[in-house]
Ligand binder design. Structure first.
Ligand code: ATP
Length: 492
């Protein structure tokens, strides 16, 4: 069921991004790309630097770039707003300073005082906190080696030689890294970079004119420090990302456009408006190259959390790949006037708007949103658990149910199933238990329509069509059943 639901969600994304638009095309690039792609994107730069996590604001930063502070000195912790400062105060008092029960941090608005710099001699560059993890060689990307030769064998030789020469630990590490570098490749931590390196390929082969987009969905891998909240954060997950290339100066306008498009898309799949919000990134959160970023957040059972990011990334990505590869990633607009020269014909590096959504995380949001426990009526009947999935997302679209297992009803029901499957609609035959139990079972997995074959069917070739959401029932001819369900799916 989960596999079907995820496929349906991803197909809906592809349909809205690629199949129903003329300005976006899809690609399917490899998971292992050339390591220089990750050098250009900046993912490799942090690869072997000692990184530290701030236990208060969650910032991960390079220890050597952190603001220095005298061990034992007082430090002020500043959070983005008052609610975050309150949450941080509670966390520091209860978890980080140990459970004495006292309030040891003092809060004034969004700042906290009462903490002292530790022996590490630096504080978090984001919030100023001295509550930090140990320094670690973080490795966000999964590294593996290309080629059949086992790199461990080479490594042993390198280490032996370095020890024999009396090399210190840092030198040994450096030499091991150098020996590994030749064969090291990485599993992609995001799908986005493939769209940048394929920008020219796609533009020239399709003849698309800016503004246009390239979309991709598929597996990404991150060596997350903490996997959490079921499938909310995992090391292997699926993304649905699109890079929309626009002329310089028009980023803000298209950021606005994509913010609306993406919010509308989640709602078009039945996610309740009150459970979605757009959160602008504060200037302290924005990447240095970005001139605007919003998170679409969903109200998960534990609170608001990111579902999708929509970022205006300026010309940073194409610029980086152009510098690293030595290949110009420009676009030539014959009809536009070059603002620098005032002449017709403008060569420029397109700017990028990126809506980047998590498919696995989206699946979790869809499940949370659709789950409902409905109480019994005044007569104590009708209590049920129902998954109010959007019909196009539902794993099974139609349950085909013979009222009883005799009188030719099973055979007729199987014929109806075959008609649905022929039309590409996922229908399921179910004859186990009483009809009420079967309706309940399909309500629980979100099947939007149930067709029941009963005694009347044998006489007049009609079936009852039951709707999951209001449990209403109508009789329709078998001959129209597939078309009725298809029309309902289209219009849902
Ligand atoms: P977070 O802040 O939650 O770590 P992020 O800002 O690093 O996410 P992006 O790099 O913007 O995430 O990736 C785009 C989307 O991919 C996210 O909005 C999220 O839905 C999804 N995503 C990112 N990391 C994970 C993960 N480890 N597990 C599941 N989904 C993820």
């Amino acid at each position: 069921m989960g596999a079907e639901l995820k496929r349906n969600l991803m197909s809906e994304w592809w349909r809205s991004m690629v199949h129903t638009r003329e300005d976006i095309v899809g690609i399917d690039a490899s998971i292992i790309m050339h390591p220089r792609v990750w050098k250009a994107s900046g993912h490799l730069a942090n690869f072997s630097d000692p990184l530290v996590d701030c236990k208060v604001c969650g910032e991960r930063f390079r220890a050597d770039k952190a603001p220095r502070a005298e061990p034992g000195a007082d430090t002020i912790i500043t959070l983005a707003d008052r609610p975050r400062a309150e949450a941080a105060q509670e966390k520091i008092d209860k978890q980080l300073l140990g459970p004495s029960g006292d309030t040891r941090m003092r809060r004034d608005g969004k700042t906290l005082t009462g903490a002292k710099v530790g022996t590490q001699g630096y504080v978090c560059p984001n919030c100023g906190s001295p509550f930090l993890s140990d320094e670690r060689q973080f490795n966000l990307m999964f590294r593996t080696s290309l080629g059949p030769v086992d790199p461990v064998g080479d490594m042993v030789g390198v280490v032996r030689k370095a020890i024999a020469e009396g090399a210190d630990e840092a030198t040994i590490r450096l030499r091991v890294e150098e020996s590994l570098a030749e064969s090291s490749v990485y599993l992609r931590p995001e799908t986005a970079q493939a769209m940048f390196v394929n920008f020219l390929n796609v533009q020239q082969s399709t003849g698309l004119k800016v503004p246009f987009g390239i979309a991709q969905m598929g597996k990404s891998f991150r060596n997350e420090v903490k996997v959490e909240k079921f499938i909310f954060r995992s090391v292997e997950f699926e993304q649905m990302e699109m890079e929309y290339f626009v002329p310089p100066g028009r980023g803000p306008e298209y950021l606005e456009y994509w913010k609306n498009e993406r919010m509308n898309w989640w709602q078009s799949l039945g996610i309740k408006a009150e459970n979605l919000r757009l959160r602008p990134h504060g200037s302290d959160e924005l990447a240095f190259y970005s001139d605007g970023c919003f998170d679409i957040e969903y109200k998960f059972p534990w609170g608001w959390d990111e579902l999708e990011g929509i970022a205006s990334r300026t010309d940073y990505d194409l610029g980086q790949h152009s510098r690293e590869s030595g290949k110009k990633l420009n676009y030539f607009d014959q009809e536009a006037t070059d603002p620098a020269t005032g002449k017709q014909g403008w060569h420029y590096v397109p700017h990028v708007i990126e809506p980047a959504a998590g498919a696995t995380r989206g699946l979790l949001a869809v499940l949370c949103d659709a789950y409902a426990e409905e109480p019994a009526d005044a007569e104590g009947k009708g209590a049920r658990t129902v998954l109010r999935l959007h019909p196009r997302l539902a794993p099974v679209k139609a349950a085909i149910l013979p009222l009883v297992k005799k009188d030719g009803m099973p055979e007729l029901a199987r014929e109806i199933v075959a008609q649905f499957l022929d039309a590409g609609v996922n229908a399921r035959y179910d004859e186990q238990h009483a009809i009420g139990k079967r309706y309940a079972r399909h309500d629980e997995i979100g099947t939007p329509y149930a067709l029941t074959v009963d005694t009347q069917t044998l006489a007049d070739k009609t079936v009852t069509l039951r709707q999951r959401d209001d449990r209403s029932q109508v009789r329709i001819p078998i001959s129209t059943a597939v078309e009725v369900v298809l029309a309902a799916l289209r219009e849902a």
